[in-house]
Design a protein around this ligand. Structure first.
Ligand code: ADP
Length: 273
C-alpha cells in the first residue's frame, strides 16, 4: 500500500491495523509522513498558482497595450507614451520575478548568510539617495535622522534588500505631498554586562495606513491589503515576507504600527555584536 502512494494520490493513507505493536506504530509514522508530504505539495501548488497569476496580469496589460498601439500608425509622442507604459509593466514583472527567485532560493536553503561588518548609516544614506527618483514620481519627501552607531554584523546585500522593500512601500503607499522618514538609533548597550545592544531602524510614512485587522497578515506571501490599489501600485505582496525572513536571518525583529489614513511605521531591530 505504501508503494502505491505517489504525488498523484497523496490523500490516501495506509490502513491502521490497530494492533498496538511495532507494525501499528510504523504505519502511524508513515501516515504522518505522507500527511506532511501532502501539505508540502499543496503549498507548492498554491505557490505556483499565485506566482503565475502575479505574472499573468502585467503580461496581459503589456500585450493589450502593444496590440492597441499597433492597430494604426501613431506619432512619436504616442509611441513614446506606449513605451513608457510598457516599461512600467516590464519593471513590475522583473521585480516580481526577482522576489520569486529569492523566495525559491530561501525555500531551497540555498542562501548562505554572510556575516560581515555592516555600517547602517551609510547604507541607509545610499538607499535614501537611490529612492529619490521613486519618491519624486510620487511627490513624497524623504527625511533622514541617522545616528552614528557601532557597526552591526550581517549580510549587506540582504539588509539592503530589506530596507529597500520598506522604503519603497513607504513611498508607494504614501500620498502626494507626504513624507517618508528614516531613523537610525542604537539601544540597550550595557558596558557592565558587555551587551552591545541593538541597532534600530524605523521607516515611517504619512500614507494610507493599514487596517488594524490586517496587520498580522501583511507579512504573508502574496498578501495585499487592498487588492485593486496594490495592483495599480505594482506589488505582488512578496516584499514584506522577504523582509521578515531577512530580519529572522539576522536574529532581529520587525514590528509594524499603523493608523489608517495617517501612516505606518516599521521598526527593525538588529543585534549589534
Ligand atoms: P507589495 O509588493 O504588494 O507592496 P508587500 O509584501 O511589500 O507587497 O506588502 C504587503 C501589503 O501590505 C501591500 O500590498 C500593502 O497593501 C500593505 N503595505 C505594506 N507596506 C505598507 C505601507 N507602508 N503603508 C500601507 N500599506 C502597506
Amino acid at each position: 500500500r505504501a508503494q502505491s502512494i505517489s504525488s498523484e494520490n497523496l490523500g490516501e493513507r495506509i490502513p491502521q491495523p490497530g494492533t498496538h505493536d511495532e507494525i501499528d506504530r510504523m504505519v502511524a509514522t508513515l501516515n504522518e509522513m505522507i500527511q506532511r508530504l501532502e501539505q508540502s505539495f499543496a503549498q507548492l501548488e498554491q505557490f505556483t498558482a499565485n506566482a503565475s497569476h502575479e505574472l499573468r496580469t502585467p503580461l496581459t496589460i503589456l500585450k493589450g497595450e502593444i496590440e492597441v498601439a499597433l492597430q494604426q500608425s501613431r506619432n512619436d509622442g504616442e509611441y513614446r507614451s506606449v513605451l513608457e507604459s510598457n516599461l512600467e509593466e516590464v519593471r513590475r514583472i522583473s521585480r516580481t520575478v526577482e522576489h520569486l527567485f529569492l523566495l525559491a532560493r530561501i525555500d531551497a536553503n540555498a542562501i548562505t548568510p554572510v556575516r560581515e561588518p555592516v555600517f547602517l548609516k551609510p547604507l541607509l544614506e545610499e538607499i535614501a539617495k537611490d529612492a529619490a527618483i521613486l519618491a519624486g514620481e510620487h511627490e513624497v519627501r524623504i527625511e533622514s535622522a541617522l545616528d552614528d552607531i557601532p557597526e552591526a554584523q550581517g549580510d549587506t546585500i540582504m539588509l539592503v534588500q530589506l530596507f529597500i522593500n520598506l522604503v519603497e512601500n513607504g513611498i508607494k503607499y504614501n500620498r502626494p505631498g507626504g513624507s517618508l522618514r528614516l531613523k537610525l538609533t542604537a539601544h540597550g548597550a550595557n558596558a557592565a554586562t558587555g551587551y552591545p545592544g541593538i541597532a534600530r531602524v524605523e521607516v515611517s510614512d504619512t500614507g494610507i495606513g493599514i487596517p488594524h485587522e490586517e496587520l498580522d497578515s501583511i507579512f504573508d506571501r502574496f498578501y495585499r491589503v487592498d487588492k485593486q490599489r496594490a495592483r495599480s501600485h505594482g506589488g505582488a505582496g512578496l516584499g514584506l515576507s522577504i523582509a521578515q525572513w531577512i530580519v529572522r536571518m539576522h536574529k532581529g525583529s520587525i514590528n509594524v504600527r499603523s493608523r489608517e489614513g495617517e501612516g505606518t511605521t516599521f521598526t527593525v531591530d538588529i543585534p549589534i555584536e
